[in-house]
Design a protein around this ligand. Structure first.
Ligand code: NAD
Length: 418
Protein backbone atom coordinates (compact mmCIF):
# COMPACT_ATOMS: atom_id res chain seq x y z
CA UNK A 1 0.00 0.00 0.00
CA UNK A 2 3.06 2.26 -0.21
CA UNK A 3 1.75 4.23 -3.15
CA UNK A 4 -1.00 5.62 -0.89
CA UNK A 5 1.16 6.13 2.18
CA UNK A 6 0.61 9.72 3.25
CA UNK A 7 -0.53 11.37 6.47
CA UNK A 8 -4.09 11.77 5.25
CA UNK A 9 -4.37 8.17 4.06
CA UNK A 10 -2.93 6.90 7.36
CA UNK A 11 -5.55 8.98 9.20
CA UNK A 12 -8.41 7.51 7.12
CA UNK A 13 -7.11 3.95 7.63
CA UNK A 14 -6.54 4.49 11.36
CA UNK A 15 -10.15 5.69 11.75
CA UNK A 16 -11.36 2.70 9.74
CA UNK A 17 -9.25 0.25 11.78
CA UNK A 18 -10.66 1.57 15.05
CA UNK A 19 -14.25 1.35 13.80
CA UNK A 20 -13.68 -2.11 12.26
CA UNK A 21 -12.19 -3.37 15.51
CA UNK A 22 -15.15 -2.14 17.55
CA UNK A 23 -17.56 -3.68 15.04
CA UNK A 24 -15.72 -7.00 14.90
CA UNK A 25 -15.71 -6.64 11.11
CA UNK A 26 -14.79 -9.73 9.07
CA UNK A 27 -11.01 -9.82 8.48
CA UNK A 28 -11.22 -10.39 4.70
CA UNK A 29 -13.58 -7.44 4.30
CA UNK A 30 -11.25 -5.27 6.36
CA UNK A 31 -8.36 -5.95 4.01
CA UNK A 32 -10.46 -5.12 0.98
CA UNK A 33 -11.99 -1.93 2.40
CA UNK A 34 -8.63 -0.57 3.54
CA UNK A 35 -7.43 -0.09 -0.03
CA UNK A 36 -9.31 1.46 -2.93
CA UNK A 37 -11.01 -0.62 -5.60
CA UNK A 38 -9.44 1.25 -8.51
CA UNK A 39 -6.88 4.09 -8.88
CA UNK A 40 -5.85 5.95 -12.00
CA UNK A 41 -2.79 8.21 -12.21
CA UNK A 42 -2.64 10.49 -15.25
CA UNK A 43 -0.35 13.16 -16.68
CA UNK A 44 -2.18 16.28 -17.78
CA UNK A 45 -0.24 18.26 -20.40
CA UNK A 46 -1.50 21.82 -20.79
CA UNK A 47 -0.51 24.39 -23.38
CA UNK A 48 0.03 27.59 -21.41
CA UNK A 49 -0.87 31.02 -22.77
CA UNK A 50 2.82 31.75 -23.51
CA UNK A 51 3.02 28.71 -25.82
CA UNK A 52 4.95 26.47 -23.42
CA UNK A 53 3.59 23.10 -22.23
CA UNK A 54 3.38 22.17 -18.55
CA UNK A 55 2.48 18.71 -17.29
CA UNK A 56 0.44 18.32 -14.10
CA UNK A 57 -0.11 15.02 -12.22
CA UNK A 58 -3.77 14.04 -11.92
CA UNK A 59 -5.64 11.26 -10.10
CA UNK A 60 -9.02 9.55 -9.87
CA UNK A 61 -9.57 6.98 -7.14
CA UNK A 62 -12.70 4.85 -6.72
CA UNK A 63 -12.73 3.39 -3.25
CA UNK A 64 -15.85 1.24 -3.44
CA UNK A 65 -18.80 0.69 -5.75
CA UNK A 66 -20.69 -2.11 -4.00
CA UNK A 67 -23.76 0.11 -3.35
CA UNK A 68 -23.84 2.00 -6.66
CA UNK A 69 -21.81 4.37 -8.86
CA UNK A 70 -18.97 6.04 -7.05
CA UNK A 71 -19.26 9.71 -6.17
CA UNK A 72 -16.74 12.32 -5.15
CA UNK A 73 -15.28 15.72 -5.86
CA UNK A 74 -12.38 16.93 -7.97
CA UNK A 75 -9.76 18.98 -6.10
CA UNK A 76 -7.30 21.42 -7.66
CA UNK A 77 -4.58 22.19 -5.11
CA UNK A 78 -0.76 22.03 -5.23
CA UNK A 79 -0.65 19.45 -2.39
CA UNK A 80 -2.93 16.91 -4.13
CA UNK A 81 -1.36 13.42 -4.24
CA UNK A 82 -2.52 9.84 -4.65
CA UNK A 83 -2.68 9.12 -0.91
CA UNK A 84 -4.77 12.19 -0.14
CA UNK A 85 -7.17 11.42 -2.99
CA UNK A 86 -7.47 7.80 -1.79
CA UNK A 87 -8.25 8.96 1.78
CA UNK A 88 -10.91 11.38 0.54
CA UNK A 89 -12.40 8.59 -1.63
CA UNK A 90 -12.61 6.29 1.40
CA UNK A 91 -14.39 8.97 3.46
CA UNK A 92 -16.84 9.44 0.57
CA UNK A 93 -17.75 5.74 0.75
CA UNK A 94 -18.66 5.96 4.44
CA UNK A 95 -20.39 9.34 3.95
CA UNK A 96 -22.68 8.10 1.17
CA UNK A 97 -23.51 4.94 3.09
CA UNK A 98 -24.20 6.86 6.33
CA UNK A 99 -26.76 9.04 4.49
CA UNK A 100 -28.03 5.86 2.79
CA UNK A 101 -27.40 7.21 -0.72
CA UNK A 102 -27.04 4.53 -3.44
CA UNK A 103 -23.41 5.45 -4.08
CA UNK A 104 -19.88 4.35 -3.41
CA UNK A 105 -16.99 6.74 -2.78
CA UNK A 106 -14.47 8.32 -5.15
CA UNK A 107 -12.29 11.40 -5.39
CA UNK A 108 -10.12 13.07 -8.01
CA UNK A 109 -7.62 15.83 -8.22
CA UNK A 110 -4.86 17.62 -10.04
CA UNK A 111 -1.74 18.96 -8.31
CA UNK A 112 -2.05 22.55 -9.48
CA UNK A 113 -2.59 26.01 -7.98
CA UNK A 114 -5.67 27.06 -10.00
CA UNK A 115 -5.34 30.73 -9.06
CA UNK A 116 -2.07 30.88 -11.01
CA UNK A 117 -3.76 29.81 -14.28
CA UNK A 118 -5.67 32.03 -16.71
CA UNK A 119 -9.27 31.05 -17.38
CA UNK A 120 -8.26 29.61 -20.78
CA UNK A 121 -5.46 27.53 -19.16
CA UNK A 122 -7.88 26.31 -16.47
CA UNK A 123 -10.32 25.23 -19.18
CA UNK A 124 -7.63 23.37 -21.16
CA UNK A 125 -6.35 21.66 -17.99
CA UNK A 126 -9.88 20.61 -17.02
CA UNK A 127 -10.76 19.27 -20.47
CA UNK A 128 -7.53 17.27 -20.76
CA UNK A 129 -7.93 15.88 -17.22
CA UNK A 130 -11.55 14.94 -18.02
CA UNK A 131 -10.40 13.23 -21.24
CA UNK A 132 -7.73 11.28 -19.32
CA UNK A 133 -10.19 9.99 -16.70
CA UNK A 134 -12.94 9.46 -19.32
CA UNK A 135 -12.74 5.63 -19.14
CA UNK A 136 -13.65 5.71 -15.44
CA UNK A 137 -16.46 8.27 -15.26
CA UNK A 138 -20.11 8.23 -16.36
CA UNK A 139 -23.55 8.65 -14.78
CA UNK A 140 -23.73 4.93 -13.93
CA UNK A 141 -20.02 4.54 -13.11
CA UNK A 142 -18.50 7.46 -11.27
CA UNK A 143 -19.87 10.99 -10.90
CA UNK A 144 -17.49 13.88 -10.03
CA UNK A 145 -18.50 17.12 -8.23
CA UNK A 146 -16.70 20.31 -7.09
CA UNK A 147 -14.23 20.31 -4.19
CA UNK A 148 -11.40 22.63 -3.12
CA UNK A 149 -10.29 24.79 -6.06
CA UNK A 150 -13.05 23.71 -8.47
CA UNK A 151 -16.57 25.06 -9.05
CA UNK A 152 -19.64 24.86 -11.28
CA UNK A 153 -17.74 26.18 -14.31
CA UNK A 154 -15.13 23.43 -14.00
CA UNK A 155 -17.97 20.87 -13.77
CA UNK A 156 -19.53 22.37 -16.93
CA UNK A 157 -16.26 21.82 -18.83
CA UNK A 158 -16.05 18.21 -17.57
CA UNK A 159 -19.68 17.63 -18.62
CA UNK A 160 -19.03 19.14 -22.07
CA UNK A 161 -15.81 17.14 -22.63
CA UNK A 162 -17.57 13.90 -21.70
CA UNK A 163 -20.61 14.77 -23.85
CA UNK A 164 -18.39 15.59 -26.86
CA UNK A 165 -16.80 12.12 -26.60
CA UNK A 166 -20.12 10.24 -26.60
CA UNK A 167 -21.92 12.59 -29.02
CA UNK A 168 -24.86 13.77 -26.90
CA UNK A 169 -25.47 15.80 -23.74
CA UNK A 170 -24.91 13.78 -20.56
CA UNK A 171 -25.81 16.09 -17.64
CA UNK A 172 -25.67 13.25 -15.07
CA UNK A 173 -21.92 12.70 -15.51
CA UNK A 174 -21.18 15.45 -12.94
CA UNK A 175 -23.04 17.27 -10.19
CA UNK A 176 -22.60 20.82 -8.95
CA UNK A 177 -22.90 22.12 -12.52
CA UNK A 178 -24.73 25.31 -13.60
CA UNK A 179 -28.54 25.28 -13.75
CA UNK A 180 -28.47 25.93 -17.53
CA UNK A 181 -27.10 22.42 -18.19
CA UNK A 182 -29.04 20.38 -15.64
CA UNK A 183 -27.68 21.61 -12.31
CA UNK A 184 -29.87 21.64 -9.22
CA UNK A 185 -31.24 24.53 -7.24
CA UNK A 186 -29.60 24.62 -3.84
CA UNK A 187 -26.49 22.61 -4.78
CA UNK A 188 -24.03 25.45 -4.37
CA UNK A 189 -25.04 26.16 -0.78
CA UNK A 190 -25.86 22.52 0.05
CA UNK A 191 -22.74 21.56 2.03
CA UNK A 192 -22.91 24.74 4.12
CA UNK A 193 -26.65 24.30 4.65
CA UNK A 194 -26.08 20.74 5.85
CA UNK A 195 -23.34 21.92 8.24
CA UNK A 196 -25.72 24.58 9.57
CA UNK A 197 -28.63 22.09 9.90
CA UNK A 198 -26.63 19.60 11.98
CA UNK A 199 -25.00 22.38 14.04
CA UNK A 200 -28.44 23.73 14.96
CA UNK A 201 -29.59 20.18 15.78
CA UNK A 202 -26.56 19.74 18.06
CA UNK A 203 -27.26 23.07 19.76
CA UNK A 204 -30.84 21.98 20.49
CA UNK A 205 -29.51 18.70 21.86
CA UNK A 206 -27.06 20.53 24.17
CA UNK A 207 -29.66 23.19 25.11
CA UNK A 208 -27.53 26.00 23.64
CA UNK A 209 -29.40 29.09 22.52
CA UNK A 210 -28.62 30.18 18.95
CA UNK A 211 -29.26 33.84 19.85
CA UNK A 212 -26.29 33.87 22.22
CA UNK A 213 -24.09 31.50 20.22
CA UNK A 214 -20.77 32.61 18.72
CA UNK A 215 -19.28 30.93 15.65
CA UNK A 216 -15.76 30.85 14.15
CA UNK A 217 -15.25 29.48 10.63
CA UNK A 218 -11.87 28.48 9.18
CA UNK A 219 -12.03 28.67 5.34
CA UNK A 220 -14.39 31.07 3.61
CA UNK A 221 -14.83 29.21 0.33
CA UNK A 222 -17.91 27.33 -0.78
CA UNK A 223 -18.50 25.40 2.47
CA UNK A 224 -17.33 28.00 5.01
CA UNK A 225 -19.09 31.01 3.49
CA UNK A 226 -22.49 29.34 3.16
CA UNK A 227 -22.20 27.87 6.66
CA UNK A 228 -21.42 31.32 8.07
CA UNK A 229 -24.25 32.97 6.13
CA UNK A 230 -26.90 30.41 7.10
CA UNK A 231 -25.89 30.31 10.79
CA UNK A 232 -25.94 34.13 10.84
CA UNK A 233 -29.43 34.04 9.28
CA UNK A 234 -30.46 31.63 12.06
CA UNK A 235 -29.41 34.25 14.63
CA UNK A 236 -25.88 33.21 15.59
CA UNK A 237 -23.04 35.73 15.87
CA UNK A 238 -20.17 34.93 13.46
CA UNK A 239 -17.14 36.28 15.32
CA UNK A 240 -14.35 35.10 12.99
CA UNK A 241 -13.78 33.80 9.48
CA UNK A 242 -10.55 33.09 7.60
CA UNK A 243 -9.07 32.12 4.28
CA UNK A 244 -5.56 30.97 3.44
CA UNK A 245 -4.22 34.52 3.93
CA UNK A 246 -5.54 34.69 7.52
CA UNK A 247 -8.76 35.91 9.05
CA UNK A 248 -10.83 38.68 10.58
CA UNK A 249 -12.32 38.81 14.08
CA UNK A 250 -15.04 40.91 15.71
CA UNK A 251 -16.48 39.94 19.10
CA UNK A 252 -19.68 41.85 18.26
CA UNK A 253 -20.21 39.75 15.13
CA UNK A 254 -19.02 40.23 11.53
CA UNK A 255 -21.26 41.57 8.77
CA UNK A 256 -21.35 38.37 6.69
CA UNK A 257 -23.27 39.73 3.64
CA UNK A 258 -20.72 42.58 3.36
CA UNK A 259 -17.81 40.13 3.67
CA UNK A 260 -19.39 37.87 1.06
CA UNK A 261 -19.53 40.81 -1.30
CA UNK A 262 -15.98 42.03 -0.72
CA UNK A 263 -14.41 38.56 -0.69
CA UNK A 264 -16.72 36.61 -3.01
CA UNK A 265 -17.69 39.22 -5.59
CA UNK A 266 -14.79 41.69 -5.45
CA UNK A 267 -12.32 38.82 -4.90
CA UNK A 268 -10.39 40.58 -2.12
CA UNK A 269 -8.50 38.39 0.38
CA UNK A 270 -10.28 38.52 3.77
CA UNK A 271 -7.34 40.36 5.33
CA UNK A 272 -7.93 43.21 2.86
CA UNK A 273 -11.68 43.44 3.51
CA UNK A 274 -11.14 46.06 6.23
CA UNK A 275 -13.50 44.58 8.75
CA UNK A 276 -12.82 43.56 12.35
CA UNK A 277 -9.31 42.80 13.62
CA UNK A 278 -6.77 40.69 11.77
CA UNK A 279 -6.35 37.19 13.22
CA UNK A 280 -4.22 34.21 12.16
CA UNK A 281 -5.67 30.79 11.37
CA UNK A 282 -3.99 29.41 14.50
CA UNK A 283 -5.62 32.09 16.65
CA UNK A 284 -9.02 31.41 15.05
CA UNK A 285 -8.87 27.72 15.96
CA UNK A 286 -8.15 28.65 19.59
CA UNK A 287 -11.02 31.17 19.96
CA UNK A 288 -13.44 30.81 22.85
CA UNK A 289 -16.70 30.26 20.94
CA UNK A 290 -19.82 28.10 20.90
CA UNK A 291 -19.19 26.57 17.48
CA UNK A 292 -15.95 26.10 15.56
CA UNK A 293 -16.27 25.11 11.90
CA UNK A 294 -13.07 23.99 10.17
CA UNK A 295 -14.01 24.35 6.47
CA UNK A 296 -10.63 24.43 4.71
CA UNK A 297 -8.18 21.53 4.49
CA UNK A 298 -7.48 18.30 6.37
CA UNK A 299 -5.40 17.88 9.55
CA UNK A 300 -5.86 21.37 10.95
CA UNK A 301 -6.59 20.27 14.51
CA UNK A 302 -3.68 18.14 15.66
CA UNK A 303 -1.94 17.03 18.82
CA UNK A 304 -0.07 20.34 18.70
CA UNK A 305 -3.12 22.62 19.00
CA UNK A 306 -6.05 20.43 20.18
CA UNK A 307 -5.55 21.40 23.83
CA UNK A 308 -6.07 25.05 22.86
CA UNK A 309 -9.43 24.46 21.14
CA UNK A 310 -12.15 26.08 23.28
CA UNK A 311 -15.44 25.58 21.43
CA UNK A 312 -18.49 23.64 22.69
CA UNK A 313 -19.28 22.14 19.27
CA UNK A 314 -16.80 21.28 16.52
CA UNK A 315 -18.71 20.99 13.23
CA UNK A 316 -16.36 19.53 10.62
CA UNK A 317 -17.17 21.19 7.30
CA UNK A 318 -13.82 20.09 5.85
CA UNK A 319 -12.89 16.47 5.24
CA UNK A 320 -10.46 15.04 7.80
CA UNK A 321 -9.72 18.28 9.69
CA UNK A 322 -9.01 16.47 13.00
CA UNK A 323 -6.26 13.92 13.58
CA UNK A 324 -6.81 10.82 15.69
CA UNK A 325 -4.63 12.13 18.53
CA UNK A 326 -6.49 15.45 18.52
CA UNK A 327 -9.80 13.57 18.64
CA UNK A 328 -8.83 12.04 21.99
CA UNK A 329 -7.91 15.44 23.41
CA UNK A 330 -11.24 16.93 22.23
CA UNK A 331 -13.15 14.01 23.76
CA UNK A 332 -11.37 14.54 27.11
CA UNK A 333 -12.34 18.21 26.98
CA UNK A 334 -15.99 17.26 26.43
CA UNK A 335 -16.21 18.99 23.04
CA UNK A 336 -19.15 17.74 20.98
CA UNK A 337 -17.73 16.75 17.58
CA UNK A 338 -20.01 16.49 14.54
CA UNK A 339 -17.74 14.38 12.31
CA UNK A 340 -17.01 15.30 8.69
CA UNK A 341 -18.84 12.37 7.08
CA UNK A 342 -22.00 13.55 8.84
CA UNK A 343 -21.49 17.32 9.07
CA UNK A 344 -20.55 17.93 5.43
CA UNK A 345 -22.82 15.28 3.87
CA UNK A 346 -25.27 17.96 2.63
CA UNK A 347 -23.14 18.40 -0.49
CA UNK A 348 -23.37 14.82 -1.66
CA UNK A 349 -27.03 14.60 -0.59
CA UNK A 350 -28.01 17.45 -2.90
CA UNK A 351 -25.63 16.06 -5.56
CA UNK A 352 -27.72 12.92 -5.33
CA UNK A 353 -30.88 15.03 -5.84
CA UNK A 354 -29.22 16.62 -8.89
CA UNK A 355 -28.33 13.22 -10.36
CA UNK A 356 -31.90 11.95 -9.78
CA UNK A 357 -33.35 15.09 -11.42
CA UNK A 358 -31.00 14.68 -14.41
CA UNK A 359 -32.05 11.05 -14.83
CA UNK A 360 -35.75 11.95 -14.63
CA UNK A 361 -35.43 15.14 -16.74
CA UNK A 362 -37.68 16.63 -14.07
CA UNK A 363 -36.54 19.41 -11.76
CA UNK A 364 -37.57 20.21 -8.20
CA UNK A 365 -38.18 23.52 -6.44
CA UNK A 366 -35.66 25.11 -4.05
CA UNK A 367 -38.09 24.50 -1.18
CA UNK A 368 -38.34 20.80 -2.02
CA UNK A 369 -34.56 20.53 -2.00
CA UNK A 370 -34.06 22.35 1.30
CA UNK A 371 -36.80 20.35 2.95
CA UNK A 372 -35.55 16.96 1.74
CA UNK A 373 -31.94 17.85 2.63
CA UNK A 374 -33.01 18.92 6.11
CA UNK A 375 -34.94 15.66 6.62
CA UNK A 376 -32.09 13.40 5.54
CA UNK A 377 -29.30 15.21 7.35
CA UNK A 378 -31.14 15.71 10.64
CA UNK A 379 -32.39 12.08 10.64
CA UNK A 380 -28.80 10.98 10.02
CA UNK A 381 -27.67 13.20 12.94
CA UNK A 382 -30.30 11.71 15.29
CA UNK A 383 -29.47 8.11 14.30
CA UNK A 384 -25.77 8.75 14.85
CA UNK A 385 -26.40 10.41 18.21
CA UNK A 386 -28.59 7.56 19.44
CA UNK A 387 -26.03 4.99 18.28
CA UNK A 388 -23.21 6.91 19.98
CA UNK A 389 -25.14 7.02 23.24
CA UNK A 390 -26.31 3.43 23.22
CA UNK A 391 -22.87 2.04 22.26
CA UNK A 392 -20.92 4.57 24.35
CA UNK A 393 -18.73 5.64 21.44
CA UNK A 394 -17.88 9.07 20.03
CA UNK A 395 -20.01 10.66 17.29
CA UNK A 396 -17.15 9.98 14.85
CA UNK A 397 -17.03 6.29 15.70
CA UNK A 398 -20.82 6.05 15.54
CA UNK A 399 -20.92 7.65 12.09
CA UNK A 400 -18.06 5.49 10.77
CA UNK A 401 -19.49 2.26 12.22
CA UNK A 402 -22.90 2.94 10.67
CA UNK A 403 -21.43 3.81 7.27
CA UNK A 404 -19.00 0.89 7.25
CA UNK A 405 -21.73 -1.53 8.31
CA UNK A 406 -23.93 -0.60 5.33
CA UNK A 407 -21.00 -1.14 2.96
CA UNK A 408 -20.13 -4.45 4.64
CA UNK A 409 -23.75 -5.64 4.24
CA UNK A 410 -23.60 -4.84 0.51
CA UNK A 411 -20.34 -6.78 0.09
CA UNK A 412 -21.70 -9.78 2.00
CA UNK A 413 -24.93 -9.79 -0.03
CA UNK A 414 -23.12 -9.56 -3.37
CA UNK A 415 -20.36 -12.03 -2.51
CA UNK A 416 -16.83 -12.13 -3.87
CA UNK A 417 -16.45 -12.24 -7.67
CA UNK A 418 -15.56 -14.61 -9.31
P1 NAD B 1 -13.03 26.14 -1.54
O1 NAD B 1 -11.85 26.04 -2.46
O2 NAD B 1 -14.28 26.75 -2.05
O3 NAD B 1 -12.61 26.92 -0.19
C1 NAD B 1 -11.51 26.57 0.59
C2 NAD B 1 -11.26 27.69 1.59
O4 NAD B 1 -10.20 27.30 2.48
C3 NAD B 1 -10.79 29.00 0.95
O5 NAD B 1 -11.35 30.08 1.67
C4 NAD B 1 -9.28 28.96 1.16
O6 NAD B 1 -8.69 30.26 1.16
C5 NAD B 1 -9.22 28.33 2.52
N1 NAD B 1 -7.92 27.74 2.82
C6 NAD B 1 -7.09 27.06 2.00
N2 NAD B 1 -5.97 26.71 2.65
C7 NAD B 1 -6.10 27.16 3.91
C8 NAD B 1 -5.28 27.12 5.06
N3 NAD B 1 -4.09 26.52 5.04
N4 NAD B 1 -5.75 27.69 6.19
C9 NAD B 1 -6.96 28.29 6.20
N5 NAD B 1 -7.78 28.38 5.16
C10 NAD B 1 -7.35 27.82 4.02
O7 NAD B 1 -13.28 24.65 -1.03
P2 NAD B 1 -14.64 24.04 -0.42
O8 NAD B 1 -15.37 23.38 -1.53
O9 NAD B 1 -15.31 25.05 0.42
O10 NAD B 1 -14.05 22.87 0.49
C11 NAD B 1 -13.59 23.11 1.82
C12 NAD B 1 -13.52 21.79 2.56
O11 NAD B 1 -14.83 21.20 2.58
C13 NAD B 1 -12.62 20.72 1.94
O12 NAD B 1 -12.06 19.94 2.97
C14 NAD B 1 -13.59 19.89 1.11
O13 NAD B 1 -13.10 18.58 0.86
C15 NAD B 1 -14.78 19.89 2.03
N6 NAD B 1 -16.05 19.59 1.38
C16 NAD B 1 -16.51 20.32 0.32
C17 NAD B 1 -17.74 20.03 -0.25
C18 NAD B 1 -18.32 20.84 -1.37
O14 NAD B 1 -19.48 20.60 -1.73
N7 NAD B 1 -17.63 21.81 -1.92
C19 NAD B 1 -18.50 18.96 0.25
C20 NAD B 1 -18.02 18.24 1.34
C21 NAD B 1 -16.81 18.57 1.90
Amino acid sequence: MNEFDTHTFRLAVAQFDEAAERMGLDHNLRERLKSPQRSLVVSVPVRMDDGSVRVFPGYRVQHDSSRGPSKGGIRYHPAVNLGEVAALAMWMTWKCALADLPYGGAKGGVAVAPETLSRAELQRLTRRYAAEIFPLIGPDKDVPAPDVGTDGQVMAWVMDTYSQQVGYAVPGVVTGKPLSIGGSLGREEATGRGVADVTLAAMRELSLDVATATVAVQGFGNVGSHTARILAEAGARIVAVSDKTGGVYDAKGLDIPALLHRHGVERRPLRECRMGEAITNDELLALDCTVLVPAALSEQITQANAAKVRCRILAEGANGPTTLEADRVLADKGIFVIPDILANSGGVIVSYFEWVQDAQRFFWSADDIRHRLHEIVTASFQRTLEFARSRKVTMRMAALMNGIDRVAQAHLARGLYP
